[in-house]
Design a protein around this ligand. Structure first.
Ligand SMILES: Cc1cc2nc3c(=O)[nH]c(=O)nc-3n(C[C@H](O)[C@H](O)[C@H](O)COP(=O)(O)O)c2cc1C
Length: 174
């Protein structure tokens, strides 16, 4: 495990990058619970907390889930998967917030993460036994980083950059 932990929380917010290659050791119960606790404390519209956190750590289930997305390789290798389930009437915005908070909390504890899209949501619902009126669009992969494998996988392309701020900002009117 070798995430460079920033001293300043701001640096964690701007420094969070996806990790798709994970060391063999499982995520500790303490780190798993800290990640889930960060999810629990996320703010939501009207504080409705319209979510459930489905914890998946059976490789066979992870492999089935991986067949439900187009870019879901990390799901097979993850040491821990948390699927944020959106309850009926809940907002996808809240699921985004809860996901980011869990990934930031993981990062703060040296755990790498990657969100994965369940392009075939019905498939994910069937694999996990989630009722049809619940949302299961994303799964979050976690594990301590395997730096060498991550570097090799990123060879030639490195980390994605970001658009410059002056392309993103408008003042007062579009
Ligand atoms: C809504 C959303 C869906 C994503 N789906 C996938 C996915 O299906 N598979 C994957 O490997 N990464 C997925 N990602 C991760 C993005 O590819 C990643 O955040 C982006 O490339 C920036 O990566 P970086 O922060 O490491 O630069 C997803 C990210 C978001 C926010």
């Amino acid at each position: 495990m070798s995430i460079q932990l920033p001293d300043d929380p701001y640096d964690a917010v701007v420094g969070l990058r996806t990790v798709r290659k994970y060391a063999p050791r499982p995520v500790s119960d303490e780190d798993r619970d800290a990640i889930l606790e960060a999810g629990r404390w996320t703010g939501s519209a009207k504080n409705r907390q319209d979510w459930l956190f489905l914890v998946v750590d059976e490789p066979a289930v992870q492999a089935q889930l991986a067949d439900c997305g187009r870019f879901s390789g990390p799901l097979r290798d993850a040491r821990l998967v948390i699927v944020p389930i959106r309850l009926p009437g809940g907002y996808e915005f809240d699921i985004g917030r809860v996901s980011q908070n869990m990934m930031l909390a993981a990062f703060a504890r040296g755990v790498g993460s990657c969100p994965v899209t369940m392009h075939d949501e019905a498939c994910a619902a069937a694999v996990l036994g989630v009722p049809a009126d619940h949302g299961v669009r994303y799964a979050l992969c976690f594990g301590y980083p395997d730096d060498a494998a991550e570097k090799a996988a990123r060879a030639g392309r490195g980390y994605g950059g970001r658009k410059p701020l002056d392309e993103l900002i408008r003042h007062n009117r579009f």
